[in-house]
Write a protein that binds this ligand. Structure first.
Ligand SMILES: [Zn+2]
Length: 67
């Protein structure tokens, strides 16, 4: 087992953790359905991207038929 050579003070520990906070997500509104979505990602609710590309919902049904 590794044993620490020096005790890390509360101050130094807290200074290290000062950079550990998570930044908040920055969602955009989907231009097609208005749902909140991640920037530069396909909309999870309607499958649109940049108002033109579409994930066809039938693709899921085709996989079910194949299985
Ligand atoms: Zn959408």
């Amino acid at each position: 087992m590794a044993v620490q050579q020096n005790k890390v003070s509360k101050s130094r520990r807290n200074m290290r953790r000062a950079h550990d906070s998570l930044s908040a997500a920055n969602p955009n509104e989907c231009t097609n359905c208005g749902e909140q979505k991640r920037p530069h990602h396909i909309c999870p609710s309607c499958g649109h991207y940049a108002t033109r590309e579409v994930i066809v919902a039938d693709a899921v049904e085709m996989d079910e038929d194949a299985a």
